[in-house]
Design a protein around this ligand. Structure first.
Ligand code: TXA
Ligand code: MG
Length: 349
């Protein structure tokens, strides 16, 4: 398949390109598009053949449901039913934005799109290009993140091209994603709203709207035997090619530990990558040292993680050591992805 790559400016979106992208979706094709979180690989949510194609392009198991992206809050009830009031309260506060809600699905929506589930994940992204594209596509675009399954989600078009060239009919290049991590997922089909995936919108912010919130056990406790409620959370994710270890403890000890490990490795020809912060980056002597940003700047830290993991892949590092963060606010989302990228390999000093 020939993939067309089109640059679209966020301030002045190229209307003709978005109409073409919409037509591709309407005729059953796939288009990768930017959102504020990460790039998505979109297909017509009401076309089961499109959903099948998405699974194939991603190399993703078909029991892992897709998120239906909409461009108008009032379209929720075209894909979902028995919608509780809190859904509208959350939408009013956070949409368009990085929040996905799980609701009971309407029977018209094919099960292929929801991985066989009776529920549907819905989100209205906070990105002008995404909204114009969804509208041009008829209003309902099913999309997972536009990475090959298991790789970090793409936060710029160059990584979408790397993973999806030849699999998507079109890639809309809208520049870098400002959030850089996937949306927060909240399940509203349980008694109490349940967070299935932490994200940019924090648990505390959601709590302000809905009152008490629960956490899927599998997010907090990696040794939990229960299956995660978001099927995607059970798969190895965000994984760089190199083996990664998260190191926590007092900063001086963390720096010393990582430098010792780097030197040990260097003697055997092992190339080490370090994920540091602005405060510590010059204290490391390794093959490649990258900073996530200032330690207290949760937004910047979140934005840079997936890009850095991809860069380490390109540079061919053999092992990665990463500084860790306290699990509060938005750092909870970043740590969730880092722990997964490390396959739960953590050292506490
Ligand atoms: O920010 C985002 O959410 C990005 C952009 C493109 O919108 N999308 C994204 O999609 O991260 P994906 O497919 O990579 O992750 C969706 C997650 C998966 O873990 C999936 O299992 C879960 O949402 N999910 C989808 N539908 C669900 C449902 N009905 N019940 C429970 N979990 C669901
Ligand atoms: Mg994904």
């Amino acid at each position: 398949m020939n993939t067309k790559v089109v640059k679209v400016n966020r301030i002045q979106p190229n209307a003709a390109a978005l109409v073409e992208a919409g037509d591709i979706i309407k005729s059953g094709g796939l288009v990768a598009f930017p959102t504020e979180t990460v790039y998505g690989l979109g297909g017509d949510a009401f076309n089961k053949e499109s959903s099948r194609k998405i699974y194939e392009a991603k190399g993703r198991p078909s029991d892992n449901p897709l998120i239906v992206h909409i461009a108008n809050i009032t379209d929720i009830d075209k894909v979902a039913m028995d919608i509780p009031k809190v859904a509208y309260d959350l939408a009013a506060r956070f949409w368009p934005g990085p929040l996905t809600m799980i609701l009971k699905k309407r029977p018209e929506l094919p099960k292929e799109t929801t991985g066989g589930l009776d529920t549907v994940a819905i989100r209205m992204p906070g990105h002008e290009v995404a909204l114009d594209f969804i509208t041009a596509a008829g209003g309902f675009v099913a999309a997972p993140s536009a990475n090959r399954s298991g790789k970090p989600s793409p936060t710029s078009a160059e990584y979408v091209v790397e993973d999806m060239y030849g699999f998507a009919d079109m890639i809309i290049d809208g520049g870098n994603c400002e959030v850089g991590l996937e949306s927060t997922i909240v399940d509203l089909t349980c008694e109490k709203p349940l967070i299935l995936r932490p994200g940019f919108i924090t648990i505390e912010e959601i709590g302000e709207v809905v009152g008490e919130v629960d956490f899927d056990k599998c997010i907090i406790d990696s040794s939990s035997d229960e299956p995660p409620r978001a099927p995607g959370m059970k798969y190895r994710h965000y994984a760089p090619k190199a083996e990664m270890t998260l190191v926590s403890g007092p900063s001086d000890k963390v720096v010393k530990y990582i430098n010792d490990k780097t030197n040990e490795g260097a003697r055997e020809g092992i190339k080490t990558g370090v994920i540091a912060t602005n405060e510590t980056q010059y204290s490391y002597a390794a093959f490649s040292v990258k900073s996530l940003g200032p330690r207290r700047d949760g937004k910047q830290v979140a934005r840079n993680l997936f890009r850095i993991l991809r860069e380490f892949d390109d540079e061919g590092v053999d092992v990665i050591y990463a500084e860790s963060f306290e699990e509060t606010g938005i750092f909870r989302a970043t740590m969730n992805r880092m722990i997964k990228a490390a396959g739960h390999k953590e050292v506490n000093l």
